[in-house]
Design a protein around this ligand. Sequence first.
Ligand code: NAD
Ligand code: ZN
Ligand code: ZN
Length: 393
Amino acid sequence: MKALCWHGKHDIRYDTVPDPVIEHPRDAIIRVSSCAICGSDLHLYDGFVPGMEHGDIMGHEFMGEVVEVGAENRRLRVGDRVVVPFTIICGECDQCRRGNFSVCERTNRNKDAADKMFGHTTAGLFGYTHLTGGYAGGQAEYVRVPYADVAPVKVPAELSDEQVLFLGDILPTGWQAAAQCDIQPDDIVAIWGAGPVGQFCILSALLMGAKQVVVIDRVPERLRMAQQLGPDRVTLVDFENQSVLEALNEITQGKGPDKCIDAVGLEAHATRSLDSIYDRVKQAVMLETDRPHVLREMIYVCRPGGIVSIPGVYGGLVDKIPMGALMNKGLTIRTGQTHVNRWTDDLLQRIIDRQIDPTFVISHRVTLAEGPSMYETFRDKHDGCIKVVMTPA
Ligand code: NAD
Ligand code: ZN
Ligand code: ZN
């Protein structure tokens, strides 16, 4: 079959690879009908995540039709149409029973490496690093889904792929980031990053009743898209041309936003600050793995007693975090890879009810073969690129 494979930094290829086969009786094989490139894939593309190997199949946002089912899988049948969450879960361990699916204790088959890196293992993930199990991803014609009797979400025929595809990752990610903020009717919520994840954070914060949502980015078409989500309640800050701290203090009359969401992660850009030069130098000489510019800004500007929610991905060590501000202002930090299945029933119903139409983020529809160049287009935000959906030939 054909698949997009990682061969090193900035080197994704459309390769011919062996077809996946059932390896365990709970597995299923899915013929992929649609898949997407996620901002998290860019961290692999840009070489910031350790534990990738030559030939790894990329992709963790995908859906399709079940074409083969293992003997012990009593939940799926050949012909079912499913969206597959990016987190692989067993459904039985202590964490899965608590709904903490992204830290499932059993599905990471390289648990020992994760234990060493993070102190404890986290869930297996599709198309990600070998630290999360090294499972083949879904930017492919076919994919093996382990524990396929637990996570895959069956979707009704009347909904298009584009309406439901993002249930596997970025829609619940935006939703969880907003839910973690315990949004109150008086809240001003500031959201850094107006990429696809940021867009769903904004949508979710508005649906959860935030009084005002302030969106920080510098890409004009992403800011315009954010404004359209809530013409009366969304305020924009262009970090290229404005001081983010000054703008947020002005908007909140010096109080600071009640809730802050980091939808940027470890590759934050900054044009007006000394700390970002410091980060780039330290990152270049491997003394720091991530660039936490947004984290610092959030902690500094957040209203005392507020919540800092971090869906943006971090991989390793960060430096110069203003711990004094965090502690003395009594801030709460909530973060994590998304517990996708915690939210999918509710979000699927909202899509069926036409309350949410996730298709608005899609800017590019291409074939899987065009994938390698689309990584670059998406990363560089060329051609108005916001979200890429790919279909295998
Ligand atoms: P993206 O790269 O398209 O979007 C990031 C946006 O942040 C861009 O629009 C960029 O212009 C903006 N940005 C950069 N520096 C900034 C700054 N200093 N201030 C404000 N904005 C800034 O990616 P995406 O697909 O939207 O993903 C966003 C993040 O969410 C990534 O880190 C991704 O890995 C992460 N993510 C996490 C989960 C999870 O389970 N927690 C799931 C999906 C994605
Ligand atoms: Zn993702
Ligand atoms: Zn589990």
